[in-house]
Design a protein around this ligand. Sequence first.
Ligand code: ATP
Length: 368
Amino acid sequence: AAAPPQADAVGGVVLDRVSKRYGGQAAVDDLSLEIRPGEFLSLLGPSGCGKTTTLRMIAGFEHPDAGDIRISGRSVIGQAPYRRDVNTVFQAYALFPHMTVAQNVAYGLHERRVARVELRARVAEALAMVQMRRFADRKPSQLSGGQQQRVALARALVNRPAVLLLDEPLAALDRKLREEMQLELKLIQAKLGLTFVFVTHDQAEALSMSDRIAVMRDGRIEQLDDATTIYRAPVSAYVASFVGQQNFFSGVVSAVGGEVQTSYGPISTVSTGLSVGQRVRAAVRPEFVELATGSPPGDTNRVEGRLIGVSHLGEAQQYLVQLGPELSVIARVATPLAPKLQIGESVWCSWRAESVQLFPDDEPIATG
Ligand code: ATP
C-alpha cells in the first residue's frame, strides 16, 4: 500500500504488511503502520502481543519474514542495525560499568571516529539534555536507576538519529521517578522534534505521553488513534478493557430501541445499528457511575448493590459495589465530591445512556 508522503519523509517509519513467525507462531501478523516524522507513537498491549518484535524489526535486530519496512522513505530490509537512522533505548540500560558517564555517551561517536572537539561538544550537549552534565565523571555504579536511564537516553540521543526506539525504558524505575521521566521524555522529544516509537504495556504511560497509540493484540494492531479517542471511543471490548477501567454488563439487545436486557435490569444506550436479540457487552467507565443511597429516578441504567470497598486514589475515591456473586461495579468520584458511605451499606449506582458503549459479546476481555 502507498503510504502518505509524510510517513515516507525524513524521520518517518512505514511498516508495510510485516510478518514475523517463531516456529509455527506468528509474533507479528501482517502488520501495517505509518509513523509520522516527529510523532510520539506508543505500541501498547499485553505481554506477548508482539510489541518488542515490532520494535526490534524497525531497529534491525530481527528480520521480517514478509513485508517491507521503510525509514525516512527508504527500505531497510537487509540493512544492518548500525546503518539505520535509528537508535534504541532498552529497559536494561546496559551501560559499560568500567567507563564514566561521559565515556559511555561518547562510545558510539568514538566508534564512528567523530573528531575530538565535536565529540566533546556533542557529549556535553546530550548530557545537558538529560540534566546529567554534572555527573559526567561518575561511574554507572555511582548513579541511581533513573540517572542511569538518563545516561542511556543521552547515549542514544548523541548519535542524533531521526528515530528513537524505546523498549519499556522506564519499567525498572519506581513509580514517582517513572512519572517524572515520562514528563521529561515527552519534553525532550518535543524539543528535538524526534520521532519516538515507545513500547509499553502500561496503558497510563501510553495515555500520558503519546500523540498516537497503536493497541496491539496477537501480532496485529487493533486500534490506532490519539489517546483521547482510544479512551473515549475504543473500537472493541479488548481495547475498552485494556485502556482504563470498565464495568461490563452482558446482555441481549431488546426490542425497545437502544435498550439491552441484563440480569441486573435494562440498560439504555444511544447506540444504533444493533439487531434485536444480539448478545452484547455494555461498558460504562467508573467515572460515569454516580452513587446514591436512595433509588434514582427512571427505570434504566440503575442498579442496587452493597458497598464492599472504598479506595483513596488521591484526586479521586473509588468505590466497589457488589451486585451479585459474579458482578461488582466500580465507581470513581473526584475527592471533593466523594460521598461518605459506610461499608456494607446498600447503594444505588446509576449512569446516563450517553455513557454506555456496546460491544459484540463474542470476544475475550483483555487482561494486562
Ligand atoms: P513483552 O511485553 O512480554 O515483551 P511483547 O508484546 O513485546 O511482550 P514479543 O516479545 O514481541 O511480545 O513476543 C511476541 C511473541 O513472539 C510471543 O509469543 C513470544 O513468546 C514470541 N517470541 C518473541 N521472541 C521470540 C524468539 N526469539 N523466539 C521464539 N519466540 C519468540
